[in-house]
Design a protein around this ligand. Sequence first.
Ligand code: SF4
Length: 465
Amino acid sequence: MARTLFEKIWDRHVVTHGSGGDALLYVDRHYLHEGSFHAFNALAGAGRGVRKPAQCFAFDDHYVPTAGRERGSAGVADEEARGLIENIARNTARHGIRHFHIDDPRQGIIHVAAPELGLTLPGFVINCGDSHTSTHGAVGALAFGIGASQVKQVLATQCIWQKKPRTMRISIDGALGAGVSAKDVILAIIARIGIGGAQGHVIEYAGSTIRALGMEARMTICNMSIEAGARAGMIAPDDTTYAFLAGRHFAPSAAAWEAALGYWRSLPSDSDARFDREVGLDAAALEPMVTWGTNPEEGAAVTAVVPDPASVADPLRRERMQSSLAYMGLTPGMAIDAIAVDRVFIGSCTNGRLDDLRAAAAVAKGRTAVVPAMVSPGSRGVKLAAEAEGLDRVFRDAGFEWRDAGCSMCVGINGDQVGSGERCASTSNRNFEGRQGKGARTHLMGPAMAAAAAVTGRITDVRRL
Ligand code: SF4
C-alpha cells in the first residue's frame, strides 16, 4: 500500500499498540535542556535510571546569558538560571548523558546545534521537551515536542505512547521573489490556515519551492509547524539533505553512511500516497510578511495595512483581533511599513542559522542601526562560522550588538528582554503577549526584514533597500 513519509517512519517505530489505539513508539533521539529537571526529579523519585543514555543529548540554551560567558556557569549572575544550568550538568553526569554545556564550543539552541552536529537524521523519531522540536523534521525525521511527564517516560524507557496523527500535505510551487524568505513562506501558510489549521496533523511540506530551499530554510519552515497547531512538520530527504549531513560529527560514515543512505532514499512519500488534507500555495504570490497581532496567524504582507476587525463577520475572531490591536497599540488601516520599532532581535531556533545571519548582514552592511539591535547566533558553531566570514564585523560596524548563542530574546528568560510597551522586530517564532518581556510588543519577520527595521527604525520592505 502506498505510504507517506510520516507513515513509513511511524510504522517502522511502532513497538506495540495499546488498548485505546495508541501506539508505543521507539525514540531514536531524545534532546534535553535546562528545563528537563522536572523529569529527572520524577525519575529519581521513581527510582528509575535512564534506559538508553547514549541516545540522549543535552544542551544549555534557554537560560544561558548571551554576554559575559568567559566564566561559564560560575559567571551566570541570575541565581535561578545558574542553578538550572548546574542542575542539568549534574543530572546528565549522573546518568552518563552527553551534555553540550555553557562552555562547550558546540553549545547552542537544541534545534540549531543538534542538526548542525549531525545528531538529527532522516527516518528518526525525535523527542524533546520543547514545542519547536518540529524543526528536526526538515531532514525527514518525525520530531515532536513532549511534556515533562513524557520526558520522564522517554528517559526511563526510550519509548513514547502516541495517538496516530492525521496527515496533511502543504505544497508550495514556483520561485520565491527577491527578498522573500522561508520565514515569509511559513508566516503566509499560518496566516492562511490559522493557528489551529493543522491541529491533529503532521504536515509534510512539498513542491518545487521546498525542494529548491537549502536545509537551513527548510528548518525555518518546519520550526513553525507547531504555530499552525501541527504535531510535527517534515520534509522528505533528498540530495540537499544528504549533502548537508555528509561529514557531520555524529552522522554515519563509510559503510554505515551507505547503509543509511539506502534507507533514507526509501523514505519519501510514494507518488500515489494519500493525505488526509491537502493545501496548495503559489510561491510567486508571496511577499515579505510581518505579524501585526499577538499570535502568528495575525500576519500580513509588509505592503498591506493593519486589518480592521469591523470587516470580520465572525464575532469571536473580531474580538480577538480587537484585543490584539489594543495590546499592540495599532489602529486599523495603518500602513504596516509605517510602524516604528524600538528594538530588533535577530536569532532564535527559527532564524539563528548562518544563512539567516548572512541575509541580515547583507542588509546591515554599510548602514547604521538607528534603534538597539541584537544578534544572537543560534549556536556557537554558527557564531564561529559567522565570525570566520566577518559577519560579526559587519554587524558591529553597523552598530548591532554581537552576542553569544542561546534562546536569548526569543523568550527572555536569560534576561535579554524587551521592555514594557516597547515594539520589537524579531526573527523568533512567537508574538504572544509578554513573550519577549512583560508588556513587550513583538512583530515577527524574517532576518533581512529585521535588519531593514534596525537601519530605518520602522518596519520596512527589505526589497526597497
Ligand atoms: S529559541 Fe525560542 S522557540 Fe526556540 S527553543 Fe529557544 S525559547 Fe524555544
